[in-house]
Design a protein around this ligand. Structure first.
Ligand SMILES: [Fe+2]
Length: 451
């Protein structure tokens, strides 16, 4: 375990820029924003320094196996029970939760969308959330939802947490700053941020309008995949994940916290900022990761491996090898395979694949799948390279070549993904997407030979 202490001095009113990050994935961190705010040698002293309250946030059941057990001890100005009054039901209309099957919407199909335009109106990271698909069931803590966020305004004295889910945020345009109970972190395109279930935060738009994708994980947390014979290095390396150092707000102003709980939203009004954790230690924390540090491994002689070779993070389902969600990255890399059709092959998959384009051109769909765009290839529905991509790859001179300036991702889940009404009727659906395979003509005529 990599344990770091990095004392920080926080301003008294509001957290500002990130004051630093601690490297490592799921490490047992410790950090304090004021000297000696963190108790040593025990979690729950009779009295804490500075008059702080000790409080535990449990991300796994108390009795989870040691290797999976996650919790963080927070030392805060007020305990969380003082960060709520009465909860009042509210609405976040664009944010849907599974089970959410819309009777007259057909999810069976191959779908693709143009980038969703960001409206002129003031939308925050929460109010600008637009759900594209849902899968599984939040009440049994399985499945996920795929969202696009459209953010033009910062959350000022508005705070949020999801009791339903862990949020994996994939910025595509604009820059965000996450002010969380555990500290502050920035995220921009080609980075991701992970916000744990139950952790309060607000989002500042540093550079807008901001747009990106969110994978809402109802199930067990994202973890690094096993590498098997690949060994101890490559793919996503633990040290490239960064957790924020402690930072707190001592801010006595009217504030609101919205909670997402079993798909419903409720709001509570309080008189101060809930981001009042002065020190913390533990392994349940937000983090960020730069996708450009992902070291891809692939075919170096012939054939095209399964896309699982590019898995950044996997959220297990309880069935070994059958993920609740895999987060998969298609980044710039060398293509060197000999006598091989190099793009992804044609296939049908028991898993459901939602892809997003962060930047550049994706090799299997050089046209139509543009930055900010989304595609969905649902459970057991065929897909693969479009006609021009097939012809080009089938006839290409197979010298080493580099896929450059490209970065796309996939949220792949074991569950079918159901479209929301927004995805089916409001988002810019490409009605002609399935025609991309029309050019794949019959070549077979019964005579042997390569055609
Ligand atoms: Fe696929």
């Amino acid at each position: 375990m990599n344990v770091q202490t990095q004392p920080q001095v926080s301003d008294s009113a509001r957290t500002g820029a990130p004051r630093g990050y601690m490297p490592g994935f799921g490490n047992d961190f410790e950090t304090e924003a004021l000297p000696d705010a963190l108790p040593q040698g025990q979690n729950s002293p009779q009295k804490c320094n500075y008059g702080l309250y000790a409080e535990q946030l449990s991300g796994t059941p108390f009795t989870a196996p040691r290797g999976q057990n996650e919790r963080t001890w927070c030392y805060r100005i007020r305990p969380s029970v003082r960060h709520q009054s009465r909860w009042v039901k509210t609405e976040v209309p664009g944010w849907k939760t599974a089970p959410h099957v819309v009777d007259d919407v057909i999810s069976l199909g191959q779908y693709r969308w143009d980038p969703i335009p960001v409206p002129d109106e003031a939308l925050t990271f929460v109010t600008g959330m637009r759900t594209m698909t849902t899968a599984g069931d939040v009440n049994t803590q399985v499945g996920m939802a795929a969202h696009v966020y459209l953010a033009t305004a910062s959350m000022e004295d508005d705070y949020f947490y999801s009791a339903d889910s862990e949020l994996l945020v994939v910025p595509q345009a604009g820059r965000l700053r996450f002010h969380t109970e555990m500290g502050v972190m920035d995220a921009e395109p080609q980075e991701i941020a992970i916000l744990p279930r139950g952790m309060v935060f607000r989002v500042e738009v540093l550079e807008g309008p901001a747009r990106g994708f969110v994978c809402e994980n109802y199930g067990a947390k994202f973890d690094l995949p096993n590498r098997g014979p690949i060994g101890a290095n490559c793919l996503a390396n633990p040290r490239d994940f960064k957790a924020p150092v402690a930072a707190f707000e001592d801010r006595e102003v009217p504030s609101r916290i919205t909670i997402k709980w079993c798909g419903q939203f409720h709001v509570t009004e309080i008189g101060h900022s809930p981001l009042d954790v002065v020190a913390w230690h533990g392994n349940y924390a937000p983090c960020k990761y730069d996708l450009r540090t992902f070291s891809p491994v692939g075919a170096i002689l012939f054939d095209h491996p399964d896309p699982s070779i590019f898995t950044v993070l996997t959220a297990p389902s309880g069935v070994e090898g059958t993920a609740n969600i895999d987060f998969v990255l298609f980044r710039d890399r060398w293509n060197v395979a000999e006598h091989t059709f190099r793009p992804p092959w044609y296939h049908k998959n028991i898993m459901s694949e939602l892809m997003g384009n962060i930047h550049g051109i994706y090799d299997a769909k050089p046209e139509g799948f543009v930055p900010g765009g989304i595609s969905l290839h649902n459970m057991m529905l065929p897909h693969g390279p479009d006609g021009p991509a097939f012809e080009r790859a089938s006839n290409a001179k197979l010298a080493p070549s580099k896929l450059e300036d490209t970065i796309s991702f996939m949220f792949e889940t074991r569950f079918p993904q159901h479209l929301t009404r927004f995805a089916a009727e409001e988002a810019p659906l490409q009605d002609d997407y399935v025609e991309c395979w029309d050019g794949l003509e019959k070549k077979f005529d019964g005579t042997p030979g390569l055609k």
